[in-house]
Ligand binder design. Structure first.
Ligand code: GLU
Length: 309
């Protein structure tokens, strides 16, 4: 391998808003197998950026569940709550180089202005681009969205592109309450951890052009992206804390792992259910085929891991 090709490095980045459920397990399995099947590294990052949304003890519970499910991560877990200085430095760089600006629009003003400009609801029309808002005034920080179309080739979903200025608008990097936005933290930390490929749920597919725009503004390289189908419950909702997805059963990892592998289009053999976790993972790494992952944004799951209806 030429010296310039970085070794594969993937990651799993849960938010500690609750215990792991079958939906998060899919992202963990997919990212783990992509990394291990290429003899790469797999890192865990705790996205504990938003204390009001977090559940006390959830980070420790998530790590314990990962361990019981036989996931082995490389290096120490990175906690975003300890990375504030890096985010502040990045914001300062963006400000200095003219990529960001302060905004003090209320939600109501944004809605009215977007309507006036004929933009879809939720798209920020750039009203504060030229406003002079002092650093002591309450404000959010926004990135100037490029006018160009930003596209990328997703490893599962194919080509995806957005015209950010029209479809999203200048997006928030730091909220008015001082919390750092996910878009900022994820870009800073994917670069800091040297991630070469991001594997995660397709609910984040349409966040990726924002992350690429931010990488370009910061002169960072863009990793590969692979967005897995998300799991739907019997009501057609994405499994999540909000839809009351049950926590993974720590005492019986194999049935969930087996079902997760099957959800990802792999063909696990029934004998794996009778074996132990290390034989499960050995088989899964050896038989992992990225090309078998269904090219779908979501897929229903019947059986034990959806919601009981
Ligand atoms: N923290 C996000 C989540 O739990 C994942 C973010 C990412 O993988 O980029 O859904």
């Amino acid at each position: 391998m030429p010296a310039t090709t970085p070794r594969y490095r993937g990651r799993f980045a849960p938010s500690p808003t609750g215990p792991l459920h079958f939906g998060s397990l899919i992202a963990a399995i997919g990212s783990y197998l992509q990394a291990r099947s290429q003899r790469g590294e797999w890192l865990v990052r705790m996205e504990d950026l938003d204390p009001p949304r977090e559940q006390p003890g959830a980070a420790a519970t998530i790590l314990r569940t990962l361990e019981r499910y036989g996931f082995e991560w490389d290096g120490a877990v990175l906690y975003q709550s300890r990375r504030h200085e890096a985010y502040l430095d990045t914001l300062e760089q963006l400000r200095r180089e003219g990529y960001s600006y302060r905004c003090n629009c209320s939600r109501k003003q944004i809605g009215e202005e977007a309507r006036r400009c004929g933009l879809p609801p939720g798209v920020y029309p750039g009203s504060c681009r030229t406003a002079a808002i002092g650093e002591h005034q309450r404000h959010t920080i926004r990135l100037l969205a490029p006018e160009t179309v930003i596209g990328f080739d997703d490893g599962v979903q194919g080509h995806f592109s957005q015209q950010l200025a029209r479809e999203v608008g200048d997006f928030v990097l730091r909220r008015a309450d001082g919390l750092f936005a996910y878009q900022l933290a994820v870009v800073v930390d994917d670069a800091f951890q040297g991630i070469t490929e991001v594997v995660r749920g397709s609910d984040l597919l349409d966040n990726t052009p924002r992350q690429i725009a931010l990488q370009r503004s910061l002169g960072l390289r863009t990793p590969g992206y692979l967005h897995l189908p998300v799991v739907l419950n019997a009501r057609g909702e994405k499994l999540s804390k909000q839809t009351f997805a049950p926590a993974l059963d720590e005492t019986r990892p194999l049935p969930a792992l087996w079902q997760g592998l099957a959800f990802l289009g792999q063909r696990p053999i029934p004998e794996l259910l009778q074996g132990d976790i290390s034989s499960f993972w050995r088989w899964a790494v050896e038989h992992w085929h990225r090309d078998l992952i269904p090219r779908k944004l979501d897929s229903p799951l019947k059986g034990a891991h959806g919601n009981p209806d």
